[in-house]
Design a protein around this ligand. Structure first.
Ligand code: GLN
Length: 381
Protein backbone atom coordinates (compact mmCIF):
# COMPACT_ATOMS: atom_id res chain seq x y z
CA UNK A 1 0.00 0.00 0.00
CA UNK A 2 1.17 3.49 -0.84
CA UNK A 3 0.93 5.82 2.17
CA UNK A 4 -1.92 8.24 1.73
CA UNK A 5 -2.65 11.12 4.07
CA UNK A 6 -6.40 11.29 4.39
CA UNK A 7 -7.93 14.67 3.71
CA UNK A 8 -10.89 13.77 5.91
CA UNK A 9 -9.45 11.47 8.57
CA UNK A 10 -12.53 11.67 10.83
CA UNK A 11 -15.03 11.00 8.04
CA UNK A 12 -16.69 7.65 7.43
CA UNK A 13 -19.53 6.66 5.09
CA UNK A 14 -22.60 8.92 5.35
CA UNK A 15 -25.32 7.90 7.77
CA UNK A 16 -27.84 7.87 4.88
CA UNK A 17 -25.88 5.26 2.98
CA UNK A 18 -25.23 3.26 6.15
CA UNK A 19 -28.84 3.17 7.35
CA UNK A 20 -30.31 2.49 3.89
CA UNK A 21 -27.88 -0.41 3.48
CA UNK A 22 -28.89 -1.81 6.87
CA UNK A 23 -32.58 -1.43 6.00
CA UNK A 24 -32.05 -3.31 2.72
CA UNK A 25 -30.00 -6.02 4.39
CA UNK A 26 -32.56 -6.63 7.15
CA UNK A 27 -35.71 -6.01 5.09
CA UNK A 28 -36.75 -3.20 7.45
CA UNK A 29 -39.10 -0.40 6.38
CA UNK A 30 -36.74 2.35 5.33
CA UNK A 31 -37.72 5.68 6.88
CA UNK A 32 -34.05 6.68 7.15
CA UNK A 33 -32.59 8.24 3.98
CA UNK A 34 -34.88 10.94 2.60
CA UNK A 35 -36.50 9.70 -0.60
CA UNK A 36 -40.05 8.73 -1.65
CA UNK A 37 -41.11 5.08 -1.96
CA UNK A 38 -43.63 5.99 -4.68
CA UNK A 39 -42.84 6.87 -8.25
CA UNK A 40 -42.43 10.29 -9.78
CA UNK A 41 -45.03 11.51 -12.29
CA UNK A 42 -45.43 9.20 -15.35
CA UNK A 43 -45.79 12.39 -17.39
CA UNK A 44 -42.32 13.45 -16.32
CA UNK A 45 -40.91 10.04 -17.26
CA UNK A 46 -42.66 10.35 -20.62
CA UNK A 47 -41.06 13.76 -21.15
CA UNK A 48 -37.60 12.29 -20.49
CA UNK A 49 -38.34 9.52 -23.00
CA UNK A 50 -39.45 12.08 -25.53
CA UNK A 51 -36.32 14.19 -25.01
CA UNK A 52 -34.16 11.11 -25.57
CA UNK A 53 -36.12 10.14 -28.67
CA UNK A 54 -35.78 13.68 -29.96
CA UNK A 55 -32.03 13.30 -29.85
CA UNK A 56 -31.22 15.34 -26.75
CA UNK A 57 -28.49 12.91 -25.78
CA UNK A 58 -25.26 14.89 -26.00
CA UNK A 59 -23.63 17.38 -23.64
CA UNK A 60 -25.85 20.11 -22.33
CA UNK A 61 -24.36 23.60 -22.22
CA UNK A 62 -22.00 23.86 -19.23
CA UNK A 63 -24.41 26.05 -17.21
CA UNK A 64 -27.47 23.98 -18.16
CA UNK A 65 -30.16 23.78 -20.87
CA UNK A 66 -31.41 27.33 -21.50
CA UNK A 67 -35.09 26.33 -21.58
CA UNK A 68 -34.76 24.97 -18.06
CA UNK A 69 -32.89 28.00 -16.76
CA UNK A 70 -35.66 30.20 -18.21
CA UNK A 71 -38.35 28.18 -16.43
CA UNK A 72 -36.44 28.41 -13.14
CA UNK A 73 -36.11 32.18 -13.56
CA UNK A 74 -39.87 32.44 -14.19
CA UNK A 75 -40.71 30.28 -11.16
CA UNK A 76 -38.36 32.24 -8.89
CA UNK A 77 -39.78 35.56 -9.99
CA UNK A 78 -43.36 34.33 -9.59
CA UNK A 79 -42.75 32.93 -6.10
CA UNK A 80 -40.20 35.27 -4.58
CA UNK A 81 -40.36 38.39 -6.74
CA UNK A 82 -36.69 38.45 -7.68
CA UNK A 83 -35.29 38.45 -11.18
CA UNK A 84 -32.46 36.03 -11.96
CA UNK A 85 -30.91 36.25 -15.40
CA UNK A 86 -30.89 32.71 -16.88
CA UNK A 87 -27.72 33.53 -18.76
CA UNK A 88 -25.59 34.78 -15.87
CA UNK A 89 -27.27 33.82 -12.57
CA UNK A 90 -28.57 30.25 -12.84
CA UNK A 91 -26.59 27.01 -13.07
CA UNK A 92 -28.03 23.49 -13.31
CA UNK A 93 -26.24 21.00 -11.06
CA UNK A 94 -26.09 17.27 -10.38
CA UNK A 95 -28.28 17.62 -7.30
CA UNK A 96 -28.10 19.75 -4.18
CA UNK A 97 -24.94 18.22 -2.71
CA UNK A 98 -22.85 19.04 -5.78
CA UNK A 99 -24.16 22.59 -5.81
CA UNK A 100 -23.30 23.04 -2.13
CA UNK A 101 -19.79 21.66 -2.59
CA UNK A 102 -19.25 23.82 -5.66
CA UNK A 103 -20.41 27.02 -3.94
CA UNK A 104 -18.20 26.41 -0.90
CA UNK A 105 -15.15 25.56 -2.98
CA UNK A 106 -15.71 28.60 -5.20
CA UNK A 107 -15.35 31.15 -2.41
CA UNK A 108 -13.81 29.62 0.73
CA UNK A 109 -10.07 30.11 1.14
CA UNK A 110 -7.77 28.67 3.83
CA UNK A 111 -8.59 30.10 7.29
CA UNK A 112 -11.89 31.63 6.17
CA UNK A 113 -14.52 31.02 8.83
CA UNK A 114 -17.93 29.61 7.99
CA UNK A 115 -20.83 29.60 10.44
CA UNK A 116 -23.12 26.59 10.45
CA UNK A 117 -26.01 25.66 12.75
CA UNK A 118 -26.01 22.21 14.30
CA UNK A 119 -27.66 19.83 13.84
CA UNK A 120 -26.47 20.52 10.28
CA UNK A 121 -26.79 18.53 7.07
CA UNK A 122 -23.69 16.40 6.88
CA UNK A 123 -22.07 17.69 3.68
CA UNK A 124 -21.35 21.27 4.81
CA UNK A 125 -18.47 20.80 7.25
CA UNK A 126 -16.37 18.39 5.12
CA UNK A 127 -16.55 20.74 2.11
CA UNK A 128 -15.45 23.69 4.27
CA UNK A 129 -12.56 21.68 5.73
CA UNK A 130 -11.39 20.46 2.33
CA UNK A 131 -10.99 24.09 1.28
CA UNK A 132 -8.93 24.82 4.40
CA UNK A 133 -11.82 26.77 5.93
CA UNK A 134 -12.71 26.77 9.59
CA UNK A 135 -16.13 25.58 10.75
CA UNK A 136 -17.75 27.68 13.47
CA UNK A 137 -20.87 25.99 14.67
CA UNK A 138 -23.70 27.15 16.82
CA UNK A 139 -25.73 24.46 18.49
CA UNK A 140 -29.52 24.76 18.33
CA UNK A 141 -31.68 23.48 21.18
CA UNK A 142 -34.51 21.00 20.70
CA UNK A 143 -37.45 20.96 20.46
CA UNK A 144 -37.74 24.33 18.66
CA UNK A 145 -34.18 24.73 17.41
CA UNK A 146 -34.46 28.54 17.12
CA UNK A 147 -31.35 30.44 16.08
CA UNK A 148 -30.04 32.66 18.90
CA UNK A 149 -28.91 35.59 16.76
CA UNK A 150 -27.04 37.29 19.60
CA UNK A 151 -24.87 34.15 19.75
CA UNK A 152 -24.32 34.30 16.00
CA UNK A 153 -23.18 37.88 16.40
CA UNK A 154 -20.54 36.73 18.86
CA UNK A 155 -19.14 34.27 16.32
CA UNK A 156 -18.62 36.95 13.70
CA UNK A 157 -15.20 38.51 13.22
CA UNK A 158 -13.13 39.72 10.28
CA UNK A 159 -12.41 36.14 9.16
CA UNK A 160 -16.11 35.26 8.83
CA UNK A 161 -16.74 34.62 5.16
CA UNK A 162 -20.00 32.73 5.00
CA UNK A 163 -23.11 31.71 6.92
CA UNK A 164 -24.85 28.51 5.85
CA UNK A 165 -28.61 28.46 6.30
CA UNK A 166 -31.04 25.65 5.61
CA UNK A 167 -34.79 26.26 5.53
CA UNK A 168 -36.87 24.12 5.66
CA UNK A 169 -34.30 22.48 7.83
CA UNK A 170 -32.95 18.96 7.60
CA UNK A 171 -33.16 17.19 10.07
CA UNK A 172 -35.17 19.39 12.46
CA UNK A 173 -38.06 20.35 10.11
CA UNK A 174 -38.02 23.98 11.32
CA UNK A 175 -38.37 26.95 8.99
CA UNK A 176 -36.89 30.44 9.12
CA UNK A 177 -39.34 33.16 10.18
CA UNK A 178 -39.53 36.79 9.09
CA UNK A 179 -37.94 37.69 12.44
CA UNK A 180 -34.98 35.43 11.62
CA UNK A 181 -34.62 37.19 8.28
CA UNK A 182 -34.65 40.61 9.97
CA UNK A 183 -32.00 39.51 12.47
CA UNK A 184 -29.87 38.02 9.73
CA UNK A 185 -30.16 41.15 7.58
CA UNK A 186 -29.12 43.39 10.46
CA UNK A 187 -26.18 41.11 11.23
CA UNK A 188 -24.66 40.95 7.75
CA UNK A 189 -25.35 44.56 6.78
CA UNK A 190 -22.08 46.28 5.82
CA UNK A 191 -20.12 43.04 6.35
CA UNK A 192 -18.36 41.00 3.67
CA UNK A 193 -20.26 37.87 4.55
CA UNK A 194 -21.73 35.55 1.94
CA UNK A 195 -24.74 33.30 2.49
CA UNK A 196 -25.15 29.76 1.30
CA UNK A 197 -28.86 29.04 1.54
CA UNK A 198 -29.79 25.38 1.24
CA UNK A 199 -33.43 25.56 0.16
CA UNK A 200 -33.86 22.09 -1.31
CA UNK A 201 -37.17 21.67 0.57
CA UNK A 202 -38.46 25.09 -0.55
CA UNK A 203 -41.82 23.66 -1.65
CA UNK A 204 -42.40 21.66 1.53
CA UNK A 205 -43.67 24.30 3.94
CA UNK A 206 -46.84 23.56 5.89
CA UNK A 207 -49.75 25.17 7.72
CA UNK A 208 -50.02 28.06 5.27
CA UNK A 209 -46.60 29.49 6.22
CA UNK A 210 -44.45 31.07 3.54
CA UNK A 211 -40.97 30.00 2.54
CA UNK A 212 -38.57 32.83 3.36
CA UNK A 213 -36.20 32.33 0.47
CA UNK A 214 -33.15 34.58 0.40
CA UNK A 215 -34.49 35.50 -3.04
CA UNK A 216 -37.27 37.53 -1.40
CA UNK A 217 -34.88 40.00 0.23
CA UNK A 218 -32.68 42.04 -2.16
CA UNK A 219 -29.98 42.74 0.42
CA UNK A 220 -29.63 39.05 1.26
CA UNK A 221 -30.16 37.88 -2.30
CA UNK A 222 -27.16 39.93 -3.46
CA UNK A 223 -24.82 37.89 -1.23
CA UNK A 224 -26.43 34.46 -1.54
CA UNK A 225 -25.95 31.18 -3.30
CA UNK A 226 -29.42 29.60 -3.21
CA UNK A 227 -29.53 25.85 -3.75
CA UNK A 228 -32.60 23.88 -4.77
CA UNK A 229 -33.29 20.30 -5.83
CA UNK A 230 -35.62 18.78 -8.42
CA UNK A 231 -35.01 15.41 -6.78
CA UNK A 232 -36.93 16.63 -3.72
CA UNK A 233 -39.47 18.72 -5.62
CA UNK A 234 -40.41 16.11 -8.23
CA UNK A 235 -39.98 12.88 -6.24
CA UNK A 236 -36.99 11.83 -8.35
CA UNK A 237 -33.97 11.83 -6.04
CA UNK A 238 -32.21 9.30 -8.28
CA UNK A 239 -32.02 11.77 -11.15
CA UNK A 240 -29.59 13.95 -9.18
CA UNK A 241 -30.80 17.24 -10.60
CA UNK A 242 -30.66 20.59 -8.83
CA UNK A 243 -29.64 24.17 -9.38
CA UNK A 244 -27.87 27.18 -7.94
CA UNK A 245 -29.18 30.75 -8.07
CA UNK A 246 -26.61 33.46 -7.44
CA UNK A 247 -25.92 36.98 -8.70
CA UNK A 248 -23.59 37.08 -11.71
CA UNK A 249 -20.41 37.91 -9.74
CA UNK A 250 -20.91 34.78 -7.61
CA UNK A 251 -22.18 32.58 -10.44
CA UNK A 252 -19.05 33.39 -12.42
CA UNK A 253 -16.89 31.87 -9.65
CA UNK A 254 -19.35 29.01 -9.15
CA UNK A 255 -19.12 27.99 -12.81
CA UNK A 256 -15.31 28.03 -12.77
CA UNK A 257 -15.52 25.08 -10.38
CA UNK A 258 -18.68 23.50 -11.82
CA UNK A 259 -17.09 23.14 -15.27
CA UNK A 260 -14.26 21.03 -13.88
CA UNK A 261 -16.29 19.10 -11.35
CA UNK A 262 -19.08 17.80 -13.61
CA UNK A 263 -18.82 20.04 -16.67
CA UNK A 264 -22.56 19.74 -17.34
CA UNK A 265 -25.42 17.50 -16.22
CA UNK A 266 -27.93 15.05 -17.72
CA UNK A 267 -29.37 16.58 -20.90
CA UNK A 268 -32.71 14.77 -21.48
CA UNK A 269 -33.79 15.20 -17.86
CA UNK A 270 -33.18 18.94 -18.15
CA UNK A 271 -35.40 19.18 -21.25
CA UNK A 272 -38.09 17.16 -19.52
CA UNK A 273 -38.11 19.27 -16.35
CA UNK A 274 -38.16 22.47 -18.42
CA UNK A 275 -41.41 21.27 -20.01
CA UNK A 276 -42.88 19.94 -16.77
CA UNK A 277 -42.22 23.19 -14.85
CA UNK A 278 -44.56 25.06 -17.20
CA UNK A 279 -47.43 23.74 -15.10
CA UNK A 280 -47.11 25.49 -11.74
CA UNK A 281 -49.32 22.89 -10.05
CA UNK A 282 -46.36 20.52 -10.25
CA UNK A 283 -44.82 22.42 -7.34
CA UNK A 284 -47.67 24.50 -5.88
CA UNK A 285 -49.59 21.35 -4.92
CA UNK A 286 -46.72 19.94 -2.87
CA UNK A 287 -47.42 21.53 0.53
CA UNK A 288 -50.92 19.98 0.65
CA UNK A 289 -49.60 16.62 -0.58
CA UNK A 290 -46.90 16.39 2.08
CA UNK A 291 -48.92 18.03 4.85
CA UNK A 292 -51.44 15.20 4.52
CA UNK A 293 -48.60 12.68 4.91
CA UNK A 294 -47.14 14.58 7.85
CA UNK A 295 -50.50 14.71 9.65
CA UNK A 296 -51.21 11.06 8.94
CA UNK A 297 -47.82 9.93 10.21
CA UNK A 298 -47.96 12.16 13.28
CA UNK A 299 -51.42 10.85 14.16
CA UNK A 300 -50.07 7.29 13.94
CA UNK A 301 -47.03 8.11 16.07
CA UNK A 302 -49.32 9.48 18.81
CA UNK A 303 -50.07 5.84 19.60
CA UNK A 304 -46.41 5.05 20.27
CA UNK A 305 -44.02 5.95 23.09
CA UNK A 306 -42.03 8.23 20.79
CA UNK A 307 -42.49 11.96 21.48
CA UNK A 308 -43.15 14.15 18.46
CA UNK A 309 -41.07 17.24 17.81
CA UNK A 310 -42.64 20.07 15.77
CA UNK A 311 -42.61 19.75 11.95
CA UNK A 312 -43.13 22.99 10.00
CA UNK A 313 -41.47 21.93 6.74
CA UNK A 314 -39.37 19.31 4.87
CA UNK A 315 -40.42 15.65 4.76
CA UNK A 316 -38.82 14.69 8.05
CA UNK A 317 -40.36 14.04 11.45
CA UNK A 318 -38.11 13.99 14.50
CA UNK A 319 -39.02 12.06 17.63
CA UNK A 320 -37.53 11.92 21.11
CA UNK A 321 -37.24 8.45 22.62
CA UNK A 322 -36.33 9.23 26.26
CA UNK A 323 -39.44 7.43 27.44
CA UNK A 324 -38.23 4.21 25.80
CA UNK A 325 -34.51 3.81 26.50
CA UNK A 326 -31.33 5.67 27.36
CA UNK A 327 -29.33 3.92 24.63
CA UNK A 328 -27.15 6.02 22.32
CA UNK A 329 -29.16 7.15 19.29
CA UNK A 330 -26.80 5.34 16.91
CA UNK A 331 -27.22 2.06 18.86
CA UNK A 332 -30.95 2.51 19.17
CA UNK A 333 -31.34 3.25 15.43
CA UNK A 334 -29.56 -0.01 14.62
CA UNK A 335 -31.63 -1.99 17.14
CA UNK A 336 -34.84 -0.40 15.88
CA UNK A 337 -33.94 -1.53 12.38
CA UNK A 338 -32.89 -5.06 13.29
CA UNK A 339 -35.36 -5.91 16.05
CA UNK A 340 -38.42 -3.85 15.16
CA UNK A 341 -38.02 -3.52 11.39
CA UNK A 342 -38.01 0.28 10.99
CA UNK A 343 -34.93 2.25 9.93
CA UNK A 344 -34.44 5.88 11.05
CA UNK A 345 -31.57 8.36 11.15
CA UNK A 346 -29.89 9.06 14.52
CA UNK A 347 -29.72 12.85 14.76
CA UNK A 348 -26.25 12.77 16.38
CA UNK A 349 -24.97 12.22 12.82
CA UNK A 350 -25.75 15.89 12.16
CA UNK A 351 -23.31 17.13 14.81
CA UNK A 352 -19.57 17.16 14.20
CA UNK A 353 -19.04 16.03 17.77
CA UNK A 354 -21.81 13.45 17.60
CA UNK A 355 -23.93 15.15 20.27
CA UNK A 356 -26.70 12.75 21.22
CA UNK A 357 -30.01 14.25 22.39
CA UNK A 358 -31.83 10.91 22.01
CA UNK A 359 -33.67 11.97 18.88
CA UNK A 360 -34.35 10.03 15.69
CA UNK A 361 -35.44 11.35 12.30
CA UNK A 362 -38.05 9.57 10.17
CA UNK A 363 -38.80 10.37 6.52
CA UNK A 364 -42.55 10.45 5.77
CA UNK A 365 -42.31 10.78 1.98
CA UNK A 366 -43.86 7.32 1.81
CA UNK A 367 -47.06 5.61 0.64
CA UNK A 368 -49.85 5.47 3.22
CA UNK A 369 -49.45 1.70 3.42
CA UNK A 370 -45.75 2.09 4.28
CA UNK A 371 -46.54 4.64 7.00
CA UNK A 372 -49.24 2.29 8.38
CA UNK A 373 -46.83 -0.64 8.49
CA UNK A 374 -44.12 1.45 10.10
CA UNK A 375 -46.49 2.75 12.79
CA UNK A 376 -47.71 -0.81 13.50
CA UNK A 377 -44.11 -1.77 14.19
CA UNK A 378 -43.28 1.35 16.18
CA UNK A 379 -46.28 0.79 18.47
CA UNK A 380 -44.52 -2.38 19.68
CA UNK A 381 -41.43 -0.47 20.82
N1 GLN B 1 -30.96 14.46 1.75
C1 GLN B 1 -31.19 13.08 2.07
C2 GLN B 1 -31.51 12.92 3.54
O1 GLN B 1 -31.33 13.81 4.33
C3 GLN B 1 -30.02 12.21 1.79
C4 GLN B 1 -29.30 12.40 0.53
C5 GLN B 1 -28.08 11.53 0.51
O2 GLN B 1 -28.12 10.40 0.94
N2 GLN B 1 -27.03 12.08 0.04
O3 GLN B 1 -31.92 11.85 3.91
Amino acid sequence: MIPVISKLPQTGTTIFTTMSALANETGAINLSQGFPDYDCSPQLVELVNKAMQNGHNQYAPMAGVMALREQIAAKTERLYGSVYNPDTDITITAGGTQAIFTAISAVIHPNDEVIIFEPAYDCYAPAIKLMGGVVKSLELEPPNYRIAWDMVKRLINNKTRMIILNSPHNPTATILSKEDIDELSALVKNQDILILSDEVYEHLVFDGEVHHSMARYPELQQRSFIISSFGKTFHATGWKMGYCLAPAYLTQEFRKIHQFLVFSVNTPVQYAIAEYLKDEHTYLDLPAFFQQKRDYFRAGLQNTRFKLLPCAGSYFQSVAYDAITDEKDTDFAIRLTKEFGVAAIPVSAFYRKGIDRHILRFCFAKRQETLDNAVDKLIKV
